[in-house]
Design a protein around this ligand. Sequence first.
Ligand SMILES: Nc1ncnc2c1ncn2[C@@H]1O[C@H](COP(=O)(O)OP(=O)(O)O)[C@@H](O)[C@H]1O
Ligand SMILES: [Mg+2]
Length: 503
Amino acid sequence: MAFSTREKDLEEIIKISTIINSSFDINEVLRRIMDSANKVVKAKASSLLLIDETDNTLYFQVALGDKGDEVKKYKLKIGEGIAGWVAKYSKPLLVPDVKNDKRFYKDISKQINFETKSILCVPLKLRDRTIGVLEVINKNVNDTFSLDDQGLLETFSNLAAIAIENTRSYHDIRLENINLKNELISDKIPTKFIGESKLIKEKLEMADQVAETNTTVLLLGESGTGKELFAEQIHYKSTRRNKSLIKVNCAAIPDTLIETELFGHVKGAFTDAISDKLGKFELANGGTIFLDEIGELSYSVQSKLLRVLQDRIIQKVGGTTSKQADIRLMAATNKNLYEEVKQNRFREDLFFRLNVFPIFIPPLRERKEDIPLLADSFLKRFNQELKKNIKGFTSEAVNILTGYFWPGNVRELQNVIERSVVLCKDEMISRKDLFLGTENMSFKSMDMDAILTLREAVNNFKRDYIIKVLEKTGWKQTKASVVLKIQRTYLSRLISELNISKI
Ligand SMILES: Nc1ncnc2c1ncn2[C@@H]1O[C@H](COP(=O)(O)OP(=O)(O)O)[C@@H](O)[C@H]1O
Ligand SMILES: [Mg+2]
């Protein structure tokens, strides 16, 4: 478009061009662009509206002028009003007198008590797509906007488009970087899910069937049965295997933080929000999100999650825009969700959204055939990690392992094997290394999820076990030391070192 650019206007435009490249804060850049546009075309008010693709409306990203803050509360439908028309047809529109144009949408002006006379509005295009409009209202002096003004406003519109493009690609690059890092971390060959029992084979077949789809998978089962590992298998078998698998432990994040953790927040959303934060859902875009311990989510967060599952749309806390997300969801819980729904602790509608393809991972005691396989593989691993060369298990040890109840499931088995590899001084792991033969022996008192050093874990175990034996022997140290096959003086030293007392 040909138009005469006055020198001062040119200066203003050059100033704005440099701002675009100097700052990443898009809101500020757009505000300054509109401020310049306002000056150059000598308007009373100006706004930049963006299209919200989720509901086909225009919202005010920037609104300058006396009533700027008030006008920001409104949204326009595409096609509604002058701005809506420009957004719909993607053509500039110069309306010298709004009274004579039936496209003009009076309501907003009336409600905010602002007299609109003339409007100039141009589309904001990113490549070939219209993403919003720039609008200036009321020429300063008793004058109307000219074609020159239109040309200038179009220049500002182009600048705004570049600024938005820059930030969006910056944003995308940032996302991609994070994804790449995640890939590097997870580039290791995923741990194989061991198990050849009929029950497990069935589950692995289900995993194969569902992996290639985008179906939501809900993993159920007791703690330590391998739900998380199973989710990994599904992700690595899916077409999303080269994208991120983002894990969120819903139980580990305080209720007040979970929303921003999942959805991110925009700068200024609350006092501590000093910059934009990417949510886990954004990070998982293109890949898979695994929501572990989903039964722990509060009711309010459950509602927010439901929205994402229904529309696959994510919105940052404090943000006005929404984003379409391409995410595969998996979730896990050791809770009985039916029961949780009945007790009104879990939203029924969310439950139905999650329960599309439930897979129940049976407890270890119900698939005893897998115990020797798992034990062997853990032995291999801990031999390597602990630089030992233990050959295997005595048949008595295998019997004990397969006969045990395993309240902590595979996780507990893994811990028991690790401990026995530490303790074992022979070629083969035998009964005495396992500490499982004793009836009533329970590791429930140990926090299996806690992160302990090996020494701490072993000491915890020693303390528990010595207490058990002392209880059985009526706290007679001599008797206990015979059972434990250690010197009485050594037992007495352990008792004081491990802070054991009768109460
Ligand atoms: N079938 C299996 N094969 C190999 N390792 C397993 C298997 N099942 C569980 N594990 C291991 O046991 C531990 C607990 O498994 P996890 O997936 O965290 O259980 P859950 O999520 O059900 O609590 C993990 O270290 C996991 O690698
Ligand atoms: Mg788990």
